[in-house]
Structure formats: C-alpha cells, structure tokens
Design a protein around this ligand. Structure first.
Ligand SMILES: [Zn+2]
Length: 519
C-alpha cells in the first residue's frame, strides 16, 4: 500500500516542498530511503523503527520503500523522521488517511517517540502556504515560530502518537493560539532592549554618542579606532539599543534566516529586534559569509537588518574581509553549492573596531608607540581600502579622562537618542518608499544629488573641505549621505551648512595612509 505525506527541505531561504512516499510490499523485511538523502536522513530508518515500536504501534515486517520527491534536491537533517514514521503508519493501515495530502509534517523523532524541534519551520510554513497546503503539524517547540505568519491551521505536536491522532482525525480539537504574533513581538522587544545595555552606560564621550546616533539613524557603516581600553567594544555593543524594532516583514525575514541556521532560541516566535552579531576573529570564511556542506547562512546573513560587529577587524585576515565586499555592496551573498547557487539576504550595518597601530599606543598620551611607519601602513592595509572606502563614519576614540568617568549618568539619554533615531528612520522610510532601499547609507550614487541637494553655501563649504582634507570622490558621497542623515535627525527637509560641517567631521579620517597622524 502506498501513502504520501508532505514535508519540506530547507534550501537557501525558501526551501522546497517534498513529498514523502512510503510503499509497503511483501518481501524481505527492511526499509530503504531513496531521493538523495544525506547521512542524517538515512539514519532516520533506525529512529523511525524504534520510535514506532515505542509509541505502541507495530513496525511492519515487510519491505518498506521511502521515496523523497523531487529526487533532484539533497535532503538534509532529521526533519523527515516524523513524516516518514507517519507514512509507514498510513501505508500499513494503522491510522486513517483523511486529509493527509493537504497537511505538511515536520519533526525529528527521539527513540521514545517524542518529537524534537527542527530548523527552518517558518520557511516551511511559508512554502507550504504558497503551495496550497493549509494544515501543518510542527514540533511543539517550533509552534510560535510557525504561527508567526498568522495563516494556516497549525498544530504543535509532542509525540508520534499525538501526530498520528491529529493526522487521522482532521479538525479534532485544533488549539487556538493563545496569543498573536504581535504580542510576541512586543514581548521580545522589551526583553531584548533590557539585554543589550544602554547608551547611558557610556560616561562622557559626547562626540562618540553623537557619532553612534548618526550611524544608527542612517545605518551608516562605522569604524571605531583607538587604543585598548578606550571603550570601542562597549560603544559598538550599545549601537543596537538605538535602533527601532524591526517592522513585520523585516522580522519575518530575520526569523526565517535564524531558523534555517538553527540559532533561533527554543520556543521563540519572531525575532523582534535588529540582530547584533559579533563573530570571533577565529571564525571561518564559511562561518562569516555562509556556505559549507549544507549551504548554511553565515554571520553576514544572521546580521540581516541589524549590525555585524567585527572587533579587532585586522585580525580577521584580508581574504575574509574582502569577502565582505559583496554583501556590503549588494545586501546579498551568493553561496556556490553542488550544481547550484544559493542566495541569502545580508543587508547589515557593518561596525569595525581597530587598534590604531599594531602596538596599540598610537595617539595615547601616556604610552609611546613603538611601531614603524611601514608596520602601521601594513596593519591598516590588512583591512583593505576597498572595504574601508564603504565605511561612512570613522571615529577616533581616546581613553576617557578620569574627570569624565565621574560624570553622573543620565538614564534617559539613551531613550532620547533612540526617539530621534526612530523619527529619522520614519522620514527615510517615507522618502525612499518604492526605491528599493531604506537607509541613507544605501542611497545609490546615481540619485545622490537629487536626494541630498546642496545650496550654494553648502556647495562652497564642501568644495573647500574636499580641497583641505583631500577627500576622494567616494568620501564626497559619504559626506552627502551623512549630511542627509543629520538633516533627517534635525527634521529638516534641506541640508544646511551646519549639517554638512558635522558630516565632514565624521568623515575626516582615512583617505590617506595614516588615520591618525604621529605626534
Ligand atoms: Zn604602535
């Protein structure tokens, strides 16, 4: 007898619908799985056999053929356990088959017949809905994620027994979600903002806070450089606290990626806040950019709609940093994979931190720098001009003076900055609607003059500064984008000379070999 259960194979960001066909016929007892299964899928033979017995069903003593279709795409992971087990129960007549064709089943089995969570559930539900499937059985721990689209009839499952019952009796006691995805979003938002710390934790450093505010408002890539102990890491970690929560479509996109990568916390619903990713410099290129045997998204994609922070950036190595050029420019990464290319979104805000020189003391009053000019040049070149060129805002940090450290903190400071950033964000979203980008940092060169028009006074001031600071043409565009952001923070329709003057300050370093002149 033949039974068919629908399931899903993650592949890139969308994945593909998979039909799990189970045929049972007389013959030597055994189970074969065909249709490009990987090791974990082949192992599901054993898990399925034991889980079926331990759930009080009989495992057929006949020849069982499991075919995963379409055969052309590789099936990975353990999420086919549950559909295969249900297929065996259907084909052996142990459960009825009403409505199985329109039900998608996902889940890994343990030997006791319990259902374990799987990756990529949100993508699976999205593909299923698009493919005309309206009913879903998902592991209980993936239920909130599966409900995030707000559509479909979705049932959280704890065990094979429960899944068998739900599959064979459609409509039986469908639980209504206790709460909707909007509530989840609000909850996650407040929990996350408690976690990431506040700008008010940074004492003194008013220029640094302003640079963070401008960077957050226009999503400008940011470089923080300064000696050890100057607070680069602490500052970068607090940048996300200034960013407004994700909009619904953004939250869905981020959740999909995090789920496929298996980094979504167990039982989580939508990711509500812009992600903040801080990989270690020992991470592999695959870990950062994505790839590997299963073409998993890397850190650049996990940081989609959020921040990617590379602390001590030169330590990441030149080839890895060069690998960031594609996502930084396009907002996507392409990953080559046996016979095909998978694309993942990777539109993130890049934050780099460096010591100013290999010994770290350049620019410090209390210590002498022992590096030669050639060493400092080599150190900076490790990051590569092409990547640095795309970093709009460069901020030099100095260790904060003791007198500043004793300044009282203003707890409301972070909230005030976040409010200004949120207003500037709304202005950009409205102005750039339908243009294919959201943030000032991503205004394409072709329309920069129309979105960032300068009056005669500004044009004169910029020409004069370009001359004085020997600003490159790319830096010139950076200055215009930053000035646009500062005007937006000000609620001003037009860029004024004060906006431009501040923008030039944020871009004054880095167009020559030395970021920081020797004293
Ligand atoms: Zn040095």
């Amino acid at each position: 007898m033949l039974a068919v259960v629908s399931s899903h194979a993650p592949l890139g960001i969308e994945g593909e619908l998979v039909s799990v066909e189970v045929d049972i016929r007389r013959g030597l007892p055994g189970i074969d799985i065909v249709g490009l299964p990987d090791g974990a899928v082949r192992e599901s033979r054993e898990r399925v056999r034991v889980a079926i017995r331990n759930s009080g069903f009989a495992f057929p003593a006949e020849r069982i053929l499991v075919s995963l279709a379409p055969a052309g795409i590789r099936k990975e992971g353990a999420s086919f356990d549950l559909p295969i087990a249900l297929g065996v129960l259907l084909a052996s007549g142990q459960i009825g088959s009403e409505g199985t064709g329109a039900t998608m089943v996902l889940g890994e089995l343990n030997l006791g017949g319990g259902v374990r969570p799987v990756n990529g559930v949100l993508s699976a539900v999205g593909s299923g809905l698009a493919g005309g499937i309206g009913r879903f059985l998902v592991p209980r721990e993936n239920l909130r994620e599966a409900l995030a689209l707000g559509r479909g009839e979705i049932r959280g499952i704890d065990s094979l027994r429960e899944a068998a019952l739900a599959l064979s009796s459609p409509g039986l006691g469908e639980p209504r979600p206790a709460r909707d995805a909007g509530e989840d979003l609000a909850d996650a938002t407040s929990a996350e903002s408690r976690r990431c710390g506040s700008i008010a934790d940074i004492r003194g450093h008013s220029e640094l806070k302003r640079a963070l505010e401008v960077a957050a408002a226009g999503r400008h890539h940011l470089l923080l450089f300064g000696p050890p102990g100057s607070g680069k890491t602490m500052a970068a970690r607090r940048l996300p606290s200034l960013l407004p929560p994700l909009e619904r479509e953004e939250a869905l996109a981020v959740t999909r990626i995090h789920s496929i990568a298996g980094v979504l916390p167990t039982g989580a619903g939508l990711v509500a806040r812009p992600p903040f990713r801080m990989p270690h410099h020992s991470a592999s290129i695959e870990g950062i950019v994505g790839g590997g045997r299963f073409a998993r998204p890397g850190e650049v994609s996990l940081a989609h709609h959020g921040v990617l922070f590379l602390d001590e950036a030169p330590e990441f190595g030149t080839s890895l940093l060069q690998g960031l050029r594609e996502p930084v420019e396009d907002g996507w990464v392409s990953i080559a994979r046996a016979g095909s290319t998978v694309r993942f979104p990777a539109c993130f805000q890049l934050v780099l931190s460096f010591n100013p020189c290999p010994c770290g003391n350049l620019g410090r009053d209390s210590h002498a720098c022992i590096c030669t000019a050639a060493e400092i040049q080599r150190y900076w070149r490790r990051v590569g001009g092409a990547l640095l060129d795309r970093v709009d805002i460069r901020f030099p940090l100095t260790p904060v003076a003791a007198s500043q450290m004793c300044l009282p903190s203003r707890p409301q400071e972070g909230a005030e900055m976040a409010e200004r950033v949120e207003k500037a964000t709304a202005i950009q979203r409205a102005r750039h609607a339908g243009m294919g980008f959201s943030w000032n940092a991503r205004i394409p060169p072709g329309i920069i003059d129309s979105l960032c028009p300068l009056n005669a006074g500004c044009r004169h001031a910029l020409a004069e500064a370009a001359e004085r600071l020997s600003i490159s043409s790319r830096a010139y565009h950076s200055v215009l984008r930053i000035a646009r952001t500062i005007a937006d923070l000000d609620g001003a329709a037009d860029i004024a000379e004060a906006h431009l003057a501040e923008a030039i300050q944020h871009r004054r370093y880095g167009d020559n070999d030395f970021f920081w002149s020797r004293r």
